[in-house]
Design a protein around this ligand. Structure first.
Ligand code: NAD
Ligand code: TYD
Length: 350
């Protein structure tokens, strides 16, 4: 049985990756390593937590002794590394957490993998999940390609850029069999309501203001999270080593236009007169260093590995709103902080 370590599996994207791998590959044992920061929520994995090929491990990737021992004990065949501090606004107020987890944590994992695999890299894999934000900001036109020069602006994107460079350095210097993907903005079920879409869904349902940064003209390229998980599956199982793949939905939206679509869908789903939610839009001070536009060219992934997004945005946003409205308890638990008791309840008694 192959042993695969997925880091950050209790978070938004990680939980979708863990679910996909546990269900699709019964002959793999999936180890989900997560510190359970504010962003980690084991309720995301309720449906698979008792599967025989799944194990949850609570731990911090910054703790080097712990990571070394973990790798020596389990001798993983592959690593899919998603654990990170991921919110730009938090990186502006507290950059050091980002440096520690995103950079030091990644190097701890690289060292541990290099140590247990020695020079026998046959069928081994270190897959690092990254973001398109490392490429910086586009003007009105153009796309990010795999060879676009890095130009990060926020402490978040700078820390991810640094981790990408280190992952590549371990390939070039030690021959570690790494692969990297850089994805555009994700949306969908289980996203922590600090990011744009779930925050605004939550505020609309509670009739709270919708804080639009600056003039709302910044552009993001949105991908449904399950499509990202599918891409990760395809890339992990390709035979490419040392490669980078961009992942994106060819789905650019100006923030204010996306917010208006979201307001319309929410009005419809909540049975409110059209225009009700738009009245909650409130323009606030812009984010410092706010990147204007991200847009991914994912044709390398589409042509080489045959992946393409499965959902159109209109369908994805309806599915997302439906999920949050059908899972208001999840949202209530997250906003009240109750979700943090889940680990105690589920694992504390074992
Ligand atoms: P998230 O914030 O929802 O989840 C991060 C997870 O990592 C949480 O479960 C958290 O508990 C865990 N974690 C944080 N610090 C840790 C540590 N020191 N040790 C162990 N676990 C720790 O993030 P997400 O949105 O799911 O993003 C996952 C990955 O994908 C990140 O690497 C992020 O940079 C990348 N990414 C995210 C997006 C996006 O739109 N969300 C887009 C492209 C790439
Ligand atoms: P976010 O979801 O934080 O993702 P990222 O900054 O990684 O792209 O933000 C998406 C866009 O929405 C970004 O341009 C900032 C903007 N935004 C707001 O206008 N208001 C908000 O309250 C948030 C969280 C984001």
């Amino acid at each position: 049985m192959k042993k695969i370590l997925i880091t950050g599996g209790a978070g938004f994207i990680g939980s979708h990756v863990v679910r996909l791998f546990v269900n699709k590959y019964p002959d793999y044992h999936i180890y989900n390593l997560d510190k359970l920061t504010y962003a980690g929520n084991l309720e995301n994995l309720k449906d698979i937590q008792d599967k025989p090929n799944y194990t949850f491990i609570k731990g911090d990737i910054v703790d080097n002794d712990f990571i070394q021992k973990l790798f020596e004990e389990y001798r993983f065949d592959g690593v899919i590394h998603l654990a990170a501090e991921s919110h730009v606004d938090r990186s502006i107020t507290n950059p050091m957490e980002f440096i520690m987890t995103n950079i030091v944590g990644t190097v701890n994992l690289l060292n541990a993998a290099k140590y247990i695999w020695k020079n026998d890299f046959e069928n081994k894999r270190f897959y690092h999940i990254s973001t398109d934000e490392v490429y910086g900001s586009l003007g009105e036109t153009g796309y990010f390609y795999e060879d676009t020069a890095y130009d990060p602006h926020s402490p978040y994107s700078a820390s991810k850029a640094s981790s990408d460079h280190l992952v590549r350095a371990y390939h070039d210097t030690y021959g570690l069999p790494v692969i990297i993907s850089n994805c555009s903005n994700n949306y969908g079920p289980n996203q922590f309501p600090e990011k744009l879409i779930p925050l605004f869904i939550n505020n609309i349902r509670s009739n709270k203001p919708l804080p639009v940064y600056g003039k709302g003209v910044n552009v993001r390229d949105w991908l449904y999270v399950v499509d990202h998980a599918r891409a990760i599956d395809v890339i992990y199982h390709s035979d490419k080593v040392g490669e980078t793949y961009n992942i994106g939905g060819h789905n650019e939206w100006k923030n204010i236009d996306l917010i208006k679509v979201l307001c319309k869908v929410m009005d419809k789903k909540l049975g409110r007169p059209e225009g009700t939610s738009e009245k909650l839009i409130t323009y606030v001070t812009d984010r410092a260093g706010h990147d204007l536009r991200y847009a991914i060219d994912s044709s390398k992934l589409q042509q080489e590995l045959g992946w393409k997004p499965s959902l159109q945005f209109e369908e994805g946003i309806e599915k997302t709103v439906d999920w949050y409205l059908e899972n208001q308890e999840w949202l209530d638990n997250v906003t009240s902080g109750n979700y943090q008791k889940y680990y105690e309840d589920m694992y504390g008694r074992r």
